[in-house]
Design a protein around this ligand. Structure first.
Ligand code: HQG
Length: 177
């Protein structure tokens, strides 16, 4: 793994799951002070400067981070309680979820649940979902009847890097390949 990739992963972990591990505090909307983050990374032997942080944010393959002046946050994926302030959005008719075969029995029974995260993450197209599922093994892409689920009152959000979020997807709104 390239070292910038390892810093990027560590940064995602700090900003989504464990700010205290780097001596960082998040505000209610998930923003951390850039200087505190840089100091935290330096203290654990990952000294990077502001310019390198900016490059890492800009080059991140999934645009995971938002940098706004002196503050930085993860765009989604948190397990710590934050309110990202995302407006509700109407989803397209279909969305997709990439997973692996070993989770299917439980998904058939319970639907998609958010696990540690705040939301279930859904992809706008099959190819993206395949990549997400592929992190865990041979990917299985489920189709989510998103518009139909939204019509029941389920709230969806669309992050500015293209991920769709919702609280849960009951089994009746899932189709297997
Ligand atoms: C599965 C990455 C059993 C679900 C990706 C998934 C994404 C169930 C796993 C983002 C289940 C949760 C999120 C149920 C769901 N029973 N298993 N009832 N319901 N699952 O990592 O969607 O690189 O929390 O299928 O690209 O894999 O971090 O969610 O396999 O966008 O930026 O439980 O994380 O982005 O795993 O990935 P995760 P995910 P980043």
């Amino acid at each position: 793994m390239r070292s910038s990739e390892s810093v990027s992963r560590r940064l995602a972990h700090i900003l989504r799951h464990d700010p205290a591990s780097a001596g960082v505090k998040l505000d209610e909307a998930g923003w951390a002070d850039v200087d505190a983050v840089l100091a935290g990374l330096a203290a654990e032997g990952r000294p990077i400067g502001r310019a390198e942080l900016e490059r890492l944010v800009r080059d991140n393959d999934k645009r995971r981070f938002a940098l706004d002046g002196d503050r930085i946050r993860a765009r989604q994926g948190h397990s710590v309680p934050v309110d990202l302030g995302l407006a509700p959005a109407s989803p397209p008719e279909l969305l997709f979820h990439g997973t692996v075969g070993r989770f299917l029995p439980s998904i058939r029974e319970q639907g998609l649940l958010p696990g540690n995260r705040h939301h279930v993450h859904l992809s706008p197209d099959r190819a993206t979902a395949r990549t997400v599922g592929g992190r865990r093994g041979r990917p299985v892409v489920l189709t989510v009847l998103a518009a139909r689920l939204a019509a029941t009152g389920a709230v969806f959000h669309h992050t500015d890097n293209g991920v769709w979020l919702t609280a849960a997807v009951p089994p009746g709104y899932l189709r297997e390949p």
